[in-house]
Design a binder for this molecule. Structure first.
Ligand code: NCD
Length: 309
């Protein structure tokens, strides 16, 4: 039995295959529509979510399976004091696979330890968010036709942004990717992330300037400042509008730049950028359903018959 707690719980070959399956799903949805008939996904969301929970649910339904779960900790026995370890042991009796989101770093790992069914981390605090990363990789692959040899700018809250941590981990598996990490000094990527880049021999720079570096990027991954992870509101208010991507800043960028954002957007991308053909953040959302379908199939051992080339 496999769990996915961080993106590199799948090897680069497996990630490539996942993307190939997701691309096939997009083209041949009918072929996949009953592969999970009789299977149940439990969506255990202790923390707010729109895209991740709904895309997991939509993915399982599109595979012919069913969904149970809860959308907030208040309506679960967590509000009575039940531990994640006990809850997952119970859920293992009702479901075949589970996606869990929790505000505490490590919660998904704990769940995996006590689970009898595959556990997918749907976001654990400010730590990791592997299925958002697979979504992002599919978006990059479908626009750039490759996952290597790219200069990727990541901008905003690189400290608490779990999507950033997972995306850097995964993209650093691929050769010749360079990273431009744009953030205020206080929101720099954690040391364990830059240490990983060092250990994999990937080039990166850390800067506070978006405008000065945007013209060198193939991908620009914008993120919101993670309000819920701040200890004090004053710091959040001071930092929340540190970067706002607008048409003027985008005018300095390459014509084939791909602008991404895991969403929700607060103020980091001005609405007038939405119409720019380089803005791919809504296409990214659609991709989230296909990769989650591919991942559910993989972890449940259902064959798609698709191989990565
Ligand atoms: C992200 C998350 O929950 O980490 N959202 C998502 O799942 N698409 C990003 C965020 O909340 O800023």
């Amino acid at each position: 039995m496999r769990h996915v707690i961080e993106p590199t719980d799948l090897s680069a070959d497996e990630i490539n295959e996942l993307i190939a399956v997701a691309e096939d799903i997009e083209l041949n949805r009918e072929k996949y529509s009953s592969l999970c008939r009789g299977k149940i996904l439990a969506a255990l969301f202790y923390e707010p979510s729109t895209r991740t929970r709904l895309s997991f649910e939509s993915a399982m339904l599109a595979l012919g399976g069913s969904v149970i779960g809860f959308a907030s900790s208040e309506v679960s026995s967590a509000s009575k004091g039940e531990s994640v370890a006990d809850t997952i042991r119970v859920v293992s009796c009702y479901a075949d696979i589970c996606a869990i989101r929790h505000s505490k770093e490590g919660a998904a790992l704990v769940a995996a330890k006590y689970s009898h069914i595959p556990v997918i981390n749907a976001g654990d605090g400010g730590h990791e968010h592997p299925t958002q990363t697979y979504t992002d990789l599919l978006t990059i692959h479908s626009t750039k036709k490759r996952l290597d040899g790219l200069t990727i700018g990541l901008c905003g809250d690189l400290k608490f942004g779990r999507t950033v941590h997972s995306l850097i981990k995964a993209l650093s598996l691929y050769q010749n990717n360079n990273f431009i990490l744009v953030s205020p000094g206080e929101l720099r990527a954690p040391d364990y992330i830059t240490a990983l880049l060092d250990s994999r021999g990937r080039r990166y720079e850390q800067t506070a300037e978006l405008e000065a570096s945007i013209n060198r990027m193939d991908i620009l991954y914008m993120t919101r400042v993670q309000k819920e992870r701040f200890f004090n509101e004053e710091d959040y208010i001071r930092l929340k509008d540190a970067y706002i991507l607008d048409r003027k800043k985008l005018s300095c960028a390459n014509d084939d730049l791909v602008v991404m954002h895991p969403l929700p957007r607060v103020n980091e991308i001005s609405m007038d950028v939405d119409k720019d053909p380089r803005a791919k953040y809504f296409a990214q959302v659609q991709n989230g359903k296909y990769v989650r379908m591919a991942l559910i199939l993989k972890l449940l051992g259902q064959q798609s018959g698709v191989r990565a080339c």
